[in-house]
Write a protein that binds this ligand. Sequence first.
Ligand code: NAD
Length: 444
Amino acid sequence: MATKVKSATKGTKEAAKIAAASHSSNGAAQQHQSMFAAVLARLDKAAKLVNLSPEVAAVLRKAEKQIIVGVPVKMDDGSVQVFDGYRVVHSTAIGPSKGGIRYAMDVDLDEVQALAAWMTFKCAIANIPYGGAKGGIMCDPRKMSAGELERLTKAYTVAMADVFGVDKDIPAPDMGTGKREMAWIVDAFSKVKRHYEPGVVTGKPLTLGGSEGREAATGRGVMVAALEAMKVTGVNRKTATAAIQGFGNVGSHAARLMHNAKIKIVAISDHTAAFHSPKGIDVIAALKYAADNGGVLKGFKGGKEISNEELLTLNVDVLAPCAIQNVITAKNANDINAKIIVEGANGPTSAEADDILAAKGIVVVPDILANGGGVTVSYYEWVQNRYGHYWTEAEVAKKQDDSMIRAFENVWYNAKQYKTTMRIGAYITALKRLEKAVKYKGFF
Ligand code: NAD
């Protein structure tokens, strides 16, 4: 059969718009504001408060390395599509760069730059010896077969073989990727390097050197951050209610673990549907329903169907956006009724919404703190791979919880000390560590 060549980059913005519109029943992702500009706005604010040296600020305002590759893949119908693949290494000031790989239609350089910078700050806040990076491929994994995704992942890995490395740059899962993709990366990378190198990625299946507790780690961190936030804000844990947006890796584990911690989950959602039940959603039934229903909630009978916009404005103690970026913006921030927002997703709140939420007295536990549980256990996985000795799930959970509580306390302390929000307090916590590292290493 003749090979048809068509570029997946054609009409990139058009496709991104369509994808955003079809993915986004809450209308959140449709205007693609510069995410990296939002990172810089917060960085500048924190830098001013903490009197960061201008040299260090200049270093952190730019990514160290940005790679864009065209990845040709033979599709099942015999045609060839060329996908846009990205990897941005934002900083290696504290150690090798670390960050997930995202498969989504709205992936572009701006988004990957922002996500990479957040990884730098996240690792500094969690006090783990990594810098920050992020990768992504503009594709719609829901519309691709397993074979196409395997070829795409392996071709992208080969294209990035000089970038990735166990002491250089270590990917992990993010939106649209999971342990299956990580296993493919191990395979392709090991073949290129001619030796087995499982430590090049984290979030692997257990049999390939994955860590106990990694899959649930980000959701677990969201749960611990929510409990800590309840303590400092005086919310009664026994009567607490929560609404969770997103039912993928982060949202589903956050829902399950908060439910186990006896927090009443009154609303859940994914890109197909949202459900509300003031009496509490049976989270275990929802998990089973999604598992039997192609991973989505559409058709679930355990609550009244509402929209994703309504979920965000429910009167709850904890709102946990765990799906996509920019769902809380200047447009709806005034309508948010939660006491606490725990950001499981990266960038769910726009920079303009920050001020509105702060004025309303809503405590926002920012993404770079709240979803740091994933990279923390990724670090444990990397340590275990090098050590050749593996910890139990309980050991991993204990280390992770202690680490999240310490990080939360540091951020809370800095927010109080500098009379600012937890988000800026988190940036301050990161900047203090990064400034030391950059200065110790010096410049050419
Ligand atoms: P995932 O692909 O496993 O799940 C995403 C979920 O969001 C799905 O349930 C999907 O249906 C839902 N969703 C998509 N569009 C939506 C919309 N418009 N409205 C409501 N729901 C929508 O992804 P994930 O790994 O759970 O990642 C979610 C977020 O958490 C991302 O921002 C990611 O960067 C961040 N994050 C993930 C990890 C991790 O370890 N996986 C770590 C840190 C941060």
